[in-house]
Structures are given as structure tokens and as C-alpha cells.
Ligand binder design. Structure first.
Ligand code: SAH
Length: 462
């Protein structure tokens, strides 16, 4: 992120606009909504600007710009119709460390003006760092239709109610949880449309039930395969209100970004073949944090209940009497199947599918090879890269065809996704040739549906 979005206090600030035609008019449409003193320098001004001057919203100096105009200003908009003049004004501002925006001249700008959804005091700014103003406008249009026009009034009601909630709940994290629960219902848009009275009622109702006794809890949450769009709504809500997020190696940054900035983040990843946090230690962390009264999210890749050692953590929580819940996630096998456009079960082909691991505590994992080698059998192998030669050997030994299709999906659903088509015969070599490092899943008995994979790759590239 090159441009940092910040909201600047304009109350009583002097803002200079140089220029009086189309470019200046566009800037003024936003600036007029602020509480700044707007000072405009231009020898020629448009009819619209004349109207604003006449109405007393702008102080107009009817002449060309001089450097002395910059004295005492908080921000400057160089918005004449001439790029050279705008560039010269910008250079003067920069020499004085005075933040400047030069219309249509990004290189000369210290700040750029975002597209704005204005529901004052709620303001949403959308910036694309100049990559696509059209995209910013489309996002703005979308948000405009979804956010009620009364959102600003709603925010003011919330502001009034905050004191009331604070008096009942002195603890900050209790209050953050409380408000997350108010706003985190099924339908945010419907919530935001509530009248002041209905909001008051909802707050009072909840205050009766939840007086913030500080009881900690743990949620085992599935982070999905990595693409934040594949996170469940419930997982997002949990992340929004967590005090502590204890997360694994394969949890992507895009998913972690749903957490609060103020939350505590604890990494307990297990590096393959490298340093890892022992399971007992992870159990101890989540128990201790919950006993402190914190709301803990234990975030695991994919679905927490598939090869995630969830039972061990649940046992530890039960042993200490800590309340917990579980939010399922999209497991890698489902994500991989979706990416290659193939059903996990196909009528007339396989009545079951095996989710198996390549490794267990003892090394390469033994399986029911007799059944897995039967014609039509299908399996998704987690943690299978290192065990690929072993799996190949076992399946062949039990009579599986060497032409059996195997699709390897690395980083399923993420931008760096790779899909490799192999057979039982070529499996280990195909992994080496493609440089597959993981995380990857081996889809045994599954071939790629070609048309689909083209689309997925394009999507992934975007
Ligand atoms: N609970 C997880 C699995 C954890 S075991 C789930 O339900 O998906 C870790 C293994 O999951 C990795 O070795 C890899 O086989 C698989 N995996 C996790 N994320 C993946 C991804 N984005 N693409 C492919 N495989 C993935």
C-alpha cells in the first residue's frame, strides 16, 4: 500500500484551491461537505463556483496564484486546467512540506482524493492508487445501493448509546464483543436500517442478557483453503470479535485481515521438517487465554475437523471447563475439486471418497490399500507430497492401474494455485518436475475437466 488512507480534521482549517473551472469544481464538490475555510484563487471561475462564492461557502480572490497564497494553509489543491502550472504549484508546496493535490497529475500529488461514500459522520473512502478510477466508481455505486441513506443518523444513535453500554460494561473488550454482536447479526444492512428506537430496544435487550461477566471462550474456526472469499460468514464474525487469534502456518494473511487490529495474534505454525509448536503448548495457550476471560479464535486451515488435531484441543478445553464452539470451514479437498471442475463423488463411479493423510505419527501412513486400489476408488491425500512414492508403490502392489488419473492441486484457491495432471505411473516425477512444494493435495482417481481449469486459472491470476 503506497497511499495511506487517513481522515483529516478540516474543522477551521484553511484549504487553498487554485483554479476556477472544471477541475476545481470537481474537487470543490467534496470540499464543500467539510468544515474547512475554502480559499479559492482564480481569475476565471465557472457559473457553479460563482454560485458557491455568492452563497458564502468560498472566499474568492479574483486574480492569478502567487506563492504567498500558500501561507498558513493546511492543504492545497492545484486544480487549474494547466498541468504545467499545477506542477509548479505542487513543487512550491513540496518545498514547504505542505500536502498538495495536483489535478490529473498523480506524480505531483502528495495525496489523492478517493471516491467517497458519504453518510456523514460515516465516510467510506475508496482508493485504487490511481490504477482504475472506474473500478473505484463501480465499488462506490455498489456500496451506495447497499448502505441506507440514514446510516449517518444511525451512527449518531450508536454514539449516544455508547455511554449507556459503557456504564454497564466497564471492560473494553467486553464492550467490543457487545457491539460486534449487535452489528454482527445475519443481515448488517437490515441492522443499519433500524430506527433509533429499534436500536435502543435491541441494545437494551442484549444488555439484559449480557452484562459482560468476562467469561472467556474458544472457537475452533475453519479458515478454508486460503482465499478469503471462501471463509464462512460465521468465521468472519468470530474473527471480528476475537481478542486473541491463535493461527496455523497455512492460514493466509487475507483471512487474518478480518481480525481486529487490537487483537493479539499468536502464531503456532508447524513448519514441515522445521520448528513447530508442540500440541501441548497450543492447548495450554488457548486454555490460558480463555481463563483470562478472553474470546479466543483458534484458526486452522481448511476445516478444523479434518487433520487438524481438533479433538486434542477440545479435550483440553473440556478438562478445564472452558466453553467452546466449532465453525466448520471449506476443506482443501472440496476446494481442489471445485478448482478442477470435478465432483468428489460421481454417480455410477464412486460411492465413497477417502480423505487420507500421507503421514501419521509413525511416518508414511498405512491405509486400506486393497479397497483404495479397486477400480473406481477415489481419494484425496492431505500431506501427501513426501509420501507420493510410497503411495504409488502401495497402490500398484495392490493392483491399481498405472493409468489411474491423479491431479495435484497446490495452493488451491490462492492466486499462486498450480494444477498438475499425472497418473499413478508418473506421480512422484510429476511432482518433482513441477516443483511442487505444497501445500498440495493429491486427488487420486480424479482428472481435470479442461474447460473449467482455464477459467479457474484466469480467476486465480486476477
Ligand atoms: N484442516 C485442513 C488440512 C490440514 S493438514 C483442511 O481441511 O484442508 C495440511 C494439509 O492440507 C496440507 O499438507 C495440504 O495437503 C492440505 N492443504 C491445506 N491448504 C491447502 C491448499 N490451499 N491447497 C491444497 N492443499 C492444501
Amino acid at each position: 500500500m503506497r497511499y495511506l488512507p487517513i481522515h483529516i480534521d478540516t474543522h477551521g482549517a484553511d484549504i487553498l484551491i487554485v483554479g476556477g473551472e472544471a477541475a476545481a469544481e470537481a474537487k470543490l464538490r467534496t470540499l464543500l461537505k467539510t468544515e474547512a475555510n475554502l480559499i479559492l484563487v482564480a481569475a476565471v471561475i465557472s457559473t457553479e463556483i460563482k454560485r458557491w462564492v455568492k452563497a458564502g461557502h468560498i472566499t474568492h480572490h479574483n486574480r492569478d496564484f502567487t506563492p504567498a497564497d500558500l501561507d498558513g494553509k493546511r492543504l492545497v489543491y492545484a486544480a487549474t486546467e494547466d498541468d504545467t502550472i499545477n506542477g509548479e504549484i505542487a513543487a512550491l508546496c513540496r518545498a514547504r512540506f505542505l500536502p498538495v493535490n495536483a489535478a490529473d497529475y498523480k506524480e505531483a500529488c502528495d495525496f489523492i482524493t478517493p471516491a467517497l461514500v458519504d453518510r456523514s459522520p460515516v465516510a467510506i473512502s475508496i482508493g485504487t492508487e490511481g490504477t482504475s478510477p472506474g473500478l473505484a466508481r463501480a465499488i462506490k455505486a455498489d456500496l451506495e445501493t447497499r448502505l441506507p441513506s440514514t446510516l449517518g443518523v444511525y451512527a449518531l444513535h450508536v454514539q449516544k448509546l455508547r455511554a449507556k453500554v459503557k456504564s454497564v460494561m466497564p471492560d473494553l473488550s467486553d464492550r467490543q464483543r457487545f457491539w460486534a454482536a449487535i452489528f454482527g447479526g445475519k443481515d448488517l444492512t437490515a441492522q443499519l436500517r433500524l430506527s433509533g428506537d429499534a436500536l435502543l430496544e435491541a441494545v437494551e435487550e442484549r444488555l439484559k442478557g449480557d452484562t459482560g461477566n468476562g467469561g472467556g471462550m474458544v472457537s475452533l474456526v475453519g479458515a478454508g483453503p486460503g482465499n478469503p472469499d471462501l471463509l464462512t460468514h460465521q468465521a468472519r464474525q468470530k474473527l471480528h470479535s476475537a481478542d486473541v487469534v491463535v493461527y496455523d502456518r497455512l492460514v493466509s494473511q487475507g483471512v487474518l485481515d478480518f481480525g481486529r487490529r487490537e487483537a493479539e495474534y499468536i502464531y503456532v505454525g508447524k513448519e514441515p521438517g522445521g520448528v513447530s509448536t508442540p500440541q501441548d503448548e497450543i492447548n495450554a495457550i488457548i486454555v490460558a487465554k480463555a481463563l483470562e476471560g478472553q474470546s479466543v479464535v483458534r484458526l486452522k486451515s481448511g476445516d478444523p475437523l479434518i487433520f487438524g488435531r481438533a479433538d486434542e484441543e477440545i479435550d483440553a478445553l473440556i478438562a478445564d471447563g472452558i466453553p467452546f464452539d466449532i465453525c466448520p470451514g471449506i476443506t482443501s479437498a472440496s476446494a481442489a475439486a471445485a478448482q478442477i471442475g470435478t465432483s468428489l463423488t460421481t454417480r455410477g463411479h464412486n460411492k465413497s471418497v477417502t480423505f487420507m493423510t500421507g503421514h501419521d505419527a509413525k511416518g508414511f501412513a498405512e491405509q486400506d490399500w486393497v479397497n483404495l486400489a479397486k477400480p473406481g476408488a477415489r481419494a484425496a491425500v492431505y500431506m501427501g507430497i513426501g509420501a507420493s512414492r510410497f503411495i504409488q508403490g502401495r497402490l500398484m502392489l495392490h493392483g491399481a492401474s498405472s493409468d489411474l488419473p491423479i491431479t495435484i492441486v497446490e495452493n488451491a484457491s490462492r492466486p499462486e494455485q498450480k494444477v498438475i495432471s499425472a497418473t499413478l505411473k508418473t506421480l512422484p516425477d510429476a511432482l518433482v518436475e513441477a516443483g511442487i512444494k505444497g501445500p498440495a493435495i493429491l486427488m487420486i482417481g480424479y482428472a481435470v475437466r479442461d474447460a473449467k481449469i482455464e477459467i479457474s486459472k484466469e480467476k486465480a491470476a486476477l
